[in-house]
Design a protein around this ligand. Structure first.
Ligand code: PLP
Length: 349
């Protein structure tokens, strides 16, 4: 069975939510970029413009996470990810707005070569008032353990911490991307297009929510995830499980199987958070044809994936395609050296 937009919105409206984002974000046709990649009509869903300390997908996620934290009477969030985490930057900003304290445990993911550059997301974490601890663990189970230890210390001290806990936060975050897909489909209808595909950078909640939304709404286009990272577990099964937990939270009958998740890991090399030639090409091409900034870890690689699919004939040249720009632009400044080397300055004369 499929649900109407209004029905799904009604189911979702029963959850606690704390409004943070500028919605709906624009759905913007990028004609010069579409022409430059010799492809279909490309529309960028500008989730880099969600507001909240430079925008991105986490503003949508956090509406449900902060809603849940306030509902559970938390007084501090204990969160964590990589040193240049967009998630942590937007979560810290959401805490500032909601009047909650925020303690970030950021994993360096290996011995540091030198001082951590207070730039990009790390700089913004500090500006919005989070306490930041940088640790050696990689993002994943090891860092999750450090976050849990920190939250336990707060609990012992009489505080009420809300912490990053995959089983709670991932399905809640996914729900926000069902709403994003509804927005996309409504805006596409207004602009007279029927997208053949929606592309996004994800190996987590964002993609799970879009996949669930596709199924629940009966959207016939594809939802293609370009993974920025490969987890040490079956990502298709994980996304389907997140989607199914989200479906239960909003009390709908839709269920996902691993085979419902369209994801490619081909654009991760040379590694998570490391720029590739395809990513540099995508960043430079979109910036120079449309003035839109992608980031080096997520959206640059996702756009490289879309360009690759166009060039290899996976997408019909007459089709319309939506690229969800999930943000991440503050990281550009932390990657200044890589970008300056990889994208030479233009010389007009
Ligand atoms: C800019 C950006 N895009 C995409 C993603 C992927 O989101 P998800 O974890 O929901 O897959 C992230 C995650 O941090 C991100 O920062």
């Amino acid at each position: 069975m499929s649900y109407s937009h209004a029905e799904l919105r009604k189911h979702i409206s029963r959850l606690p939510r704390y409004l943070l984002s500028h919605l709906p974000t624009p759905l913007e046709f990028v004609p010069r970029f579409s022409k430059a990649v010799g492809g279909p009509r490309i529309f960028v869903k500008r989730d880099d413009c969600t507001g909240l300390a430079c925008g991105g997908n986490k503003a949508r996620h956090n509406e449900f996470l902060i809603g849940d934290a306030l509902h559970k009477d938390a007084d501090i969030l204990v969160w964590g990810a990589g040193v240049q985490s967009n998630n942590c930057r937007q979560t810290a900003a959401a805490c500032a707005k909601a009047g909650l304290d925020c303690h970030l445990v950021l994993g360096r993911g290996g011995p540091a070569r030198g001082p951590d550059i207070v730039q990009g997301n790390l700089l913004l974490d500090q500006l919005v008032g989070a306490q930041v601890d940088i640790v050696e663990e990689m993002i994943g189970p090891d860092l999750d353990r450090r976050i849990a230890e920190q939250a336990a210390k707060y609990r012992q001290a009489g505080r009420r911490p809300y912490m990053w806990e995959n089983s709670v936060v991932k399905p809640l975050a996914a729900i926000s991307y069902i709403l994003c897909l509804i927005e996309v489909l409504e805006q596409a209808a207004e602009q007279g297009i029927n997208p053949a595909a929606v592309y996004v950078s994800s190996a987590g909640s964002t993609g799970a929510g879009l996949a669930l939304g596709k199924q629940a709404l009966g959207f016939t286009g594809s939802v293609r995830n370009i993974a920025p990272i490969e987890w040490p577990y079956d990502t298709r099964a994980d996304l389907a499980a997140i989607g199914n937990q989200a479906a239960k939270l909003i009390d709908i009958d839709t269920r996902l199987e691993s085979s419902d998740i369209d994801i490619t890991f081909d654009h991760i090399p040379p590694g998570y958070g490391k720029v590739s030639d395809g990513c540099l090409e995508a960043i430079s091409l979109l910036a120079r044809t449309e003035g839109i900034l992608l980031d080096p870890t997520y959206t640059g690689k996702a756009m490289a994936g879309l360009i690759h699919d166009i060039r290899t004939g996976k997408i019909d040249r007459d089709a319309s395609v939506v690229f969800i720009h999930t943000g991440g632009t503050p990281a550009l400044f932390a990657y200044a050296e890589d970008l300056a080397q990889g994208i030479p300055m233009r010389k007009l004369v």
